[in-house]
Design a protein around this ligand. Structure first.
Ligand SMILES: Cc1cc2nc3c(=O)[nH]c(=O)nc-3n(C[C@H](O)[C@H](O)[C@H](O)COP(=O)(O)OP(=O)(O)OC[C@H]3O[C@@H](n4cnc5c(N)ncnc54)[C@H](O)[C@@H]3O)c2cc1C
Length: 326
């Protein structure tokens, strides 16, 4: 049986493998857990979804919501939402799809069901080829040979791995936004009339209360995203400076004297792609001339979870058709 390496265990990788027939597949993941940008941080009683927040109900990618519900990865929640807090837009009730036990339930449940061997904490640094087979290298290990390698990672990272094998000269580059994310637990309620919303201040683009997603904690937990232009300008800001700035902004906005009892920030270098590879090139993935190396991710289709899912599904279809001819 042909041997396949899948680099990454984000939703695009999980979708790809889910949509492929049973094969000899090994995942390689630089983190200690699956999910990539779909991640939940736990600290004592607190839970923060500090990458993806929720899946839209009406994203239009067929069967995804139903499948995630069937495997008990998600639940539907109603929350009070404000589309523009700065402009005092009306607060409306909005239904969203969130993880059953944090958004990480989505990749955890999917990965568990796939049952393929996974090398966690294994960052692939280089690809080598020999006799039409491929080998993956970390700083101190080599894996292989593989007949096919799928790089399910952000565009630039895939380019770094594949540029010896794929000519990128005429391949358009999807540009990624940087996003700073801050997780804060306050010791008492802020009294917010909404649970999630956009544009709290000119620099805070989105915030979401975590208490309504998960079991009730006595403290109040929020995840806050800074605007991408701001995040780019303050790319190298010290974490504690950023956290104190955001806490101050929030307390001012809600006129609250609540105390921040936990704070943590994370910089997402590759948060969202502004324009997808599909829009730029009318292609659904990047493929080597020998049809053995591929690059894909959400960036192929758009900026969101459903795009990562769609990217994996489209490549799986192409690959399954191609394999019949190999
Ligand atoms: C702050 C933020 C908020 C978001 N909010 C939402 C939202 O509310 N709703 C929504 O639908 N989407 C949201 N998204 C987008 C969503 O998270 C992504 O579209 C989706 O998770 C991307 O999946 P992926 O598989 O393409 O990439 P990733 O999730 O980035 O997966 C790539 C994986 O590859 C691994 N990897 C990378 N390089 C290597 C290497 N060399 N060797 C081994 N492993 C490697 C990484 O560790 C990672 O696990 C958000 C993203 C961010 C950052």
């Amino acid at each position: 049986m042909k041997k396949i390496a899948v680099i990454g265990t984000g939703l695009s990788a999980l979708s790809l493998v889910h949509h492929l027939p049973a094969l000899d597949i090994t995942f390689f993941e630089k983190s200690w857990r699956p999910g990539g940008r779909i991640t939940t941080r736990r600290h004592e009683n607190y839970i923060f979804d500090h990458g993806a927040h929720y899946l839209k109900k009406d994203h239009g990618v067929i069967e995804l919501n139903e499948f995630l519900k069937k495997i008990n990865a998600t639940k539907i929640l109603k929350g009070d939402f404000c589309s523009n807090i700065l402009n005092q837009s009306p607060i409306e009730e909005k239904e969203v799809i969130v993880g059953q036990k944090g958004i990480e339930s989505i990749p955890l449940e999917l990965h568990k069901r796939l049952r393929y061997p996974t090398k966690f904490s294994t960052q692939i640094k280089r690809l080598k080829s020999h006799n039409q087979e491929y080998y993956l290298e970390t700083d101190n290990e080599e894996f292989g040979p593989f007949d096919f390698v799928f790089c399910c990672i952000p565009f630039e990272q895939a380019q770094n791995l594949l540029s010896d094998f794929i000519d990128y000269t005429n391949i358009p580059t999807p540009v990624f936004d940087v996003i700073w994310t801050i997780m804060i637990a306050f010791n008492k309620r802020l009294g917010s009339p909404f649970q999630f919303g956009y544009h709290l201040t000119p620099n805070i683009s989105f915030l979401m209360n975590q208490n309504f997603k998960h079991e009730f904690f006595s403290d109040e937990c929020w995840v806050i995203n800074m605007r991408s232009e701001w995040s780019k300008e303050y790319y190298n800001i010290e974490n504690y400076v950023l956290e104190d700035y955001v806490i101050d902004q929030i307390k001012k906005h809600f006129q609250s004297d609540a105390k921040a009892v936990y704070k943590k920030s994370h910089r997402w270098k590759y948060a969202y792609s502004k324009k997808s590879y599909k829009e730029l090139s009318n292609q659904n993935y990047i493929e080597s001339i020998d049809h053995r190396l591929y690059a894909l991710g959400d960036w192929c289709q758009g900026p969101s979870m459903q795009d990562a899912w769609l990217a994996g599904k489209k490549l799986a279809k192409h690959f399954s058709e191609l394999r019949l001819q190999i």
